[in-house]
Design a protein around this ligand. Structure first.
Ligand code: 0X9
Ligand code: ZN
Length: 313
């Protein structure tokens, strides 16, 4: 089943993911890493290193695999999509990246790839049924009329420094760090993988690639390396359609905000390369990016990731 040029409903995404394992039983593993507030599964797609060529070429592939492995070190990457409900291009691009990694063995043969295309299923569902501009999850907050925690303010790294304590705010941080089952599930799954070289959190919009910290403007470890590799990503992403992605520090170039995936991945997981990527567009359509841009948006990010991974090796 090929991906279409339309945004998928949550049900369509789940069908798509379940078919993936049927058609790629050895290469792809899809597992639930936990449940949302309303009880929906959060799916993790693992595209396993060293399986792609074998699946496509049989014995011949196995030989090619040994050759490829000799010259390259296996890297591990983690891509998080759909944390913010209204940013529809994020899960759409995450799904395209899954497709790209499965079909292009030059990347998946030598890299362990983990992708969570939809991290906030309740919020996403809500944007289809009720409020297209919903951002948070759908947590019920005691003693409040308002619902939802901003899942990108709920991670436990300098939590509470730069986010809202008001449940009615769009950037409500929650009652405590990791109060939400969605962030707990993501945290536990990332810790289980452990050694992750590249963490990429997909958001929209603005076409900006941000490196930590977000909670302070002080430089994070590996800042120079993250900048340099960020520029390599941006160079790749620009090639196909001329789209520009600006590489900036979160707090310095964007705004202060604590409790995001990126700061936790940098500060607690100690991944070397950590980014939040604001996808298309620059502001013309914003969160309501027309679906005829999904393919181009996905392809340019794929180009950037390929450049990035090739430069790492
Ligand atoms: O504010 C956010 O959560 C992200 N932007 S968005 O428009 N998609 O909501 C940016 C997060 C950047 N990282 C940190 N501030 N740590
Ligand atoms: Zn976002």
């Amino acid at each position: 089943q090929p991906l279409t040029d339309e945004y998928m409903t949550l049900d369509q995404m789940e069908w798509y993911l379940s078919e993936l394992t049927d058609s790629h039983p050895d290469l792809v593993d899809v597992s639930s890493i936990g449940k949302s507030v309303e009880g929906r599964d959060i799916w993790l797609v693992h595209i396993k290193a060293g399986k792609c060529r074998e699946e496509k070429e049989g014995k011949r592939g196995r030989r090619a695999k040994r050759m490829a492995r000799r010259s390259m070190e296996t890297k591990t990457l983690w891509i998080e999509g759909g944390l913010h409900a209204r940013e529809w291009i994020s899960p759409a691009v995450a799904l395209r990246l899954i497709d790209n990694f499965i079909n292009d063995c030059s990347m998946s043969e030598t890299n362990e790839v983990y992708i969570v295309p939809m991290s906030n299923p309740d919020g996403y569902k809500y944007t289809w049924t009720t409020d297209r501009m919903w951002r948070k999850n759908r947590a019920v907050i005691s003693n409040s009329e308002c619902k939802g925690v901003d899942l990108n303010r709920n991670w436990d790294y300098h939590w509470g420094v730069g986010a809202s304590k008001s449940p009615c705010s769009e950037v409500y941080q929650g009652l405590s760090a990791f109060s939400e089952p969605e962030t707990q599930a993501l945290r536990d799954a990332m810790k289980k993988v452990g050694d992750i070289d590249l963490v990429l959190s997909l958001h929209s919009y603005g076409q900006v690639l941000m490196y930590p910290w977000g909670w302070t403007a002080d430089p994070a470890p590996d800042t120079e390396a993250m900048k340099k590799m960020g520029d390599i990503f941006a160079g790749g992403a620009r090639e196909r359609h001329g789209s520009t992605y600006e590489v900036v520090n979160s707090a310095g170039g964007f705004y202060y905000a604590s409790g995001a995936t990126d700061d936790w991945a940098k500060g607690k997981l100690n991944s070397k390369y950590v980014y939040t990527l604001e996808l298309r567009d620059g502001g013309k359509h914003g969160f309501k990016l027309p679906s005829d841009q999904i393919l181009d948006a996905g392809n340019e990010v794929w180009d950037g990731i390929k450049r990035f991974l090739n430069a790492l090796n």
